[in-house]
Design a protein around this ligand. Structure first.
Ligand code: SF4
Ligand code: SF4
Length: 352
């Protein structure tokens, strides 16, 4: 077997895509260096709560802790937290080294590179950006990330009505996705399943809760999709097709939602509205594209060679991992890491 011990792969981004890629590289005898801007590894996945009810609901977010533990203890790698990429040096076949800089001290160093993996993830859509659904103005409107935070901190009780009535929760799907007017005419892939799991988790904790999911089109794929839908039906989650037209705060602290059914306006009261926000390109994508010359697509995600070659950048020696090439859920990110490492090995073997 070819010995990869001389190769070092630099991974820009220490979220779940970077960690999954680093783990596989380490298992294949590569050295890896992770360059991460923040103080911690794990990215957005660490913000998600466990969605287990009476059993595991396969949200996959705990995978990030396994990846992190493996990578942090691997003898094959180095991790540079609070560092950023600032230069690349090219060779005839790709990239021979990169310059990285400590964000706090400004200290610079050069890392030799066999392959460069861009794994800078995504940015959650910020509904304040467009004043969507009164987010930031109406107290009862929150995002799916906000709801996860409450669940993670075991604070779900804080959104229950104070008078002992059951919690009446609504999810609005496709917020910041499938919307040409904001340059996001794509599906964010993860949010239908994430909303259903959060609905089930809420009902599990407070069985008298009522949950309604307003959707345009449910996009749930994978082996567990049917089981998830069956469980949602069994637990009484109500699915209503169509996006409500308006939200109004009402005096009792709730929110009045106006939607349409059979040509008639329907007015309903909810305690809280959860916006299932989509994935936008990483805030660092433009800067990294400028440094590496790896091109971006029309939406601002990193471009790959084709849909049949979804991990290689058009730029030789540069690979794209995880959701920085487009929205993805956690299982897709893990699968994509395998493709990245296979492509790196294949390309190296072709050059020796
Ligand atoms: S996969 Fe999700 S639901 Fe299952 S144990 Fe892990 S975090 Fe909890
Ligand atoms: S996964 Fe569902 S909620 Fe998310 S953008 Fe796609 S259709 Fe909309």
């Amino acid at each position: 077997m070819y010995d990869h011990n001389n190769g070092q792969v630099v991974i820009v981004g220490g979220g779940i895509a970077g960690l999954a890629t680093a783990k596989l590289l380490s298992e294949n005898n590569f050295h890896f260096a992770i360059v991460e801007r923040s103080y911690k590894l794990g990215g957005h996945t660490k913000d998600w709560a466990c969605m287990a009810t009476d059993n595991c609901n396969r949200c996959h977010s705990c995978a990030v802790f396994d990846y992190e533990e493996f990578v942090a203890s691997s003898p094959h790698g180095e991790i540079f937290l609070r560092h950023e990429l600032f230069s690349v040096t090219r060779s005839t076949s790709g990239i021979s080294s990169v310059g990285i800089r400590c964000i706090d001290s400004g200290a610079e160093r050069e890392l030799p590179v066999t392959a460069l993996v861009l794994a800078v993830g995504f940015e959650p859509f910020d509904p304040i950006e467009k004043g969507f659904w009164g987010y930031g103005t109406f107290e009862g409107v929150m995002t799916l990330s906000d709801l996860n935070r409450l669940m993670r901190l075991d604070d779900l009780n804080t959104i229950r009505p104070g008078n002992g009535d059951p919690l009446n929760l609504a999810f609005f799907q496709c917020v910041g996705s499938r919307d040409k007017t904001i340059g996001a005419d794509y599906c964010s892939q993860y949010c239908c399943a994430a909303a259903i799991r959060a609905a089930l988790r809420t009902i599990h904790q407070y069985p008298d809760s009522k949950v309604t999911i307003f959707y345009i089109d449910l996009q749930i794929a994978g082996k567990t999709a049917q089981a998830l839908m069956d469980k949602a039906q069994e637990k009484g989650v109500r699915f209503l097709q169509g996006v409500p037209g308006e939200i109004q705060p009402i005096q009792d602290g709730g929110l009045q939602v106006i939607s349409e059914k059979d040509g008639q306006n329907v007015v309903e009261r909810f305690d809280r509205i959860v916006l299932s926000i989509g994935q936008r390109p990483s805030s660092s994508a433009i800067a990294i594209s400028g440094i590496t010359e790896a091109p971006l697509n029309e939406f601002g995600f990193f471009q790959t060679r084709s849909q049949f070659d979804p991990v290689r950048s058009p730029l030789n020696g540069v690979y794209i991992a995880g959701s920085c090439s487009g929205p993805a859920n956690i299982p897709d990110v893990a699968m994509n890491a395998g493709k990245v490492v296979s492509a790196i090995i294949k390309d190296i073997e072709q050059t020796i």
